[in-house]
Write a protein that binds this ligand. Structure first.
Ligand SMILES: Nc1ncnc2c1ncn2[C@@H]1O[C@H](COP(=O)(O)OP(=O)(O)OP(=O)(O)O)[C@@H](O)[C@H]1O
Ligand SMILES: [Mg+2]
Length: 496
């Protein structure tokens, strides 16, 4: 890709971007939230048209006007939102051969027996086991991703782009994905890998390119650079302490849950959070953390159990009554639950505090703007203006809106479910420091995460969750990465 320029309503997202991928390499594409990574890859895969610049594959210049043009040329993209790329009601095999079926003149001409056989072979070649007759709707997230990869294989790919594929995966699923990527690589395919987890980049990538504000800053073999070079190129500055932990006096109990339960996902959880205290709940993907957070917020109804906030029994009939009781949740699935993608950033940031921003029932435009400007500045949300539609922000900046909207509420308890997922390393530090500020104001923080290093860096107390139960508690300084993993995987040494 060379000389690529792209603007969105006058705001420049890419400046003369240059990018190359070699056959048989895994090339990391890195940069802070909003740097332009997804935009560049959307141009490569035909989803967006560049204003200027050229794309060549094997020396041949391409005219990319649609995703179909890109696929025709052998360029494929595995987006993070895998759900939108599969047809839920079709089988695994049909989804794999979707492009072929869509162009077949007559569905009756398709040899179904043959199709299933071919699909089975592809899945086996990848070293996977997904039943090819199963409906896409019944697959796990990781399986869906594997189906997308099998689809890519079915189409004789030359270049495959993975845009943040590992964010929702468990440790084992991630390892499996890496094995498959390695296979694709050794078959001569060029791979692009986007991730905010820098250790993954050093684990699997041959080269890395760092972008900042739509420009290419650096391209180097990963063996020639280290994490601090990447951070310096990404942010234009270094990052000294990743976890700015403040010393805050711990007060009385502000959140207390007793025997909370829902089916087999949450099996009788007791926990307490005190004012000024950051309590982390760690666990592997699927341990029940998200389900627990939803019970605390009234998003799901518990089978049994009670929740007390600031000494009063919380009303958890619905999220709105939970907010009135003094608890707020930053949910994991930001696009589905955390924000209104069809509304402006301004409006998203106002929704939880409409009362505060109004007088005599009228919403004050000035107060609304001041509130938005404050949050945007504080979190460094990258947006052309507060009137921009939230759906047009980069993934990480949408996450910041999902957190920012709760900052000026009077909540006593903040529940944050994987708040740093998809967020760049500089913004992560900003989020940690905001969490520290909230604690300093006497709020109680419950921080649910599968990133053990974050819990170790941030929390006063760590609760380990496994299979719907809290199985272990550590005080700050007592836990290590190893013993967290040991308890999170039900004491199975081999796994740890
Ligand atoms: N359809 C669109 N309309 C308007 N602006 C857009 C659109 N798509 C992207 N942008 C803007 O282009 C810039 C680059 O966004 P992009 O999604 O490429 O970032 P990114 O590097 O992928 O970030 P992240 O790590 O958060 O996913 C951002 O400022 C974003 O708001
Ligand atoms: Mg992106």
């Amino acid at each position: 890709m060379s000389g690529i320029n792209k603007s969105f309503s006058g705001v420049k997202a890419l400046h003369d971007a240059e990018f190359t991928v070699r056959a048989g390499e895994i090339h990391a594409l890195l940069g802070a939230n909003g740097a332009g990574k997804s935009t560049l890859m959307k141009i490569l895969s035909g989803a967006y048209e560049a204003d200027e610049g050229s794309v060549r594959i094997e020396g041949r210049e391409l005219a990319l006007r649609s995703p179909a043009d890109a696929k025709e040329a052998g360029i494929h993209c595995v987006y993070q939102e895998v759900d939108t790329s599969l047809v839920a009601q079709l089988s695994v095999a049909e989804n794999i051969f979707l492009d072929r079926l869509a162009t077949a003149k007559h569905r009756a001409w398709v040899k179904w027996g043959h199709l299933y056989e071919e699909a089975e072979k592809l899945i086996a070649d990848l070293g996977l086991s997904v039943p090819v007759r199963k409906k896409a709707a019944d697959l796990t997230l990781a399986e869906k991703q594997m189906v997308l990869i099998a689809r890519v294989m079915a189409n004789e790919a030359k270049v495959v782009v993975f845009d943040e594929p590992t964010a929702p995966l468990s440790i084992e699923e991630t390892e499996q994905l890496f094995r498959i990527m390695d296979k694709l690589k050794s078959s001569g395919i060029g791979l692009v890998f986007i991730s905010h987890r820098l250790h993954e980049v050093f684990q699997i990538c041959d080269r890395a390119t760092v972008m900042r504000d739509g420009r290419m800053i650096l391209t180097e073999p990963t063996s020639a650079i280290d994490t601090s070079d990447i951070i310096q190129a990404m942010l234009g500055r270094s990052l000294d302490d990743e976890y700015p932990k403040r010393e805050v006096p711990i007060g009385e109990v502000v959140l207390s849950a007793k025997d909370l339960a829902l089916g087999s996902r949450v099996r009788g959880v007791d926990l307490e959070v005190r004012r000024g205290e950051i309590v982390a709940v760690v666990g592997l993907v699927g341990a029940g953390k998200t389900e627990l957070s939803r019970l605390l917020f009234g998003a799901d109804k518990a089978d049994r159990g009670t929740v007390t906030i600031a000494g009063r029994r919380a009303n958890l009939k619905a999220p709105a009554s939970a907010v009135d009781s003094g608890i707020v949740l930053v949910p994991e699935e930001r696009r589905k639950e955390g924000i209104l993608v069809g509304e402006s950033v301004l409006h998203n940031l106002s929704v939880p505090i409409l009362g505060k921003l109004s007088s005599w029932g009228f919403l004050s435009g000035t107060r609304e703007k001041d509130n938005a400007a404050g949050v945007i500045g504080k979190l460094g949300i990258k947006t052309s203006s507060s009137n921009q539609l939230t759906g047009f922000l980069s993934g990480g900046n949408q996450q910041k809106v999902a957190i920012g909207k709760w900052l000026n509420t009077n909540a006593d308890v903040f529940v944050l479910d994987e708040p740093t997922k998809g967020v760049d390393i500089g913004a992560k530090r900003d989020i940690f420091s905001i969490i520290g500020e909230l604690a300093e104001q006497g709020k109680g923080i419950l921080y649910l995460t599968c990133e053990f290093t974050e819990a170790l860096g941030l929390a006063d107390r760590i609760l380990v969750m496994c299979d719907g139960r809290i199985v272990k508690q550590f005080l700050r300084g007592d836990a290590t990465q190893e013993n967290l993993l040991y308890y999170a995987s039900a004491g199975q040494e081999e796994l740890a």
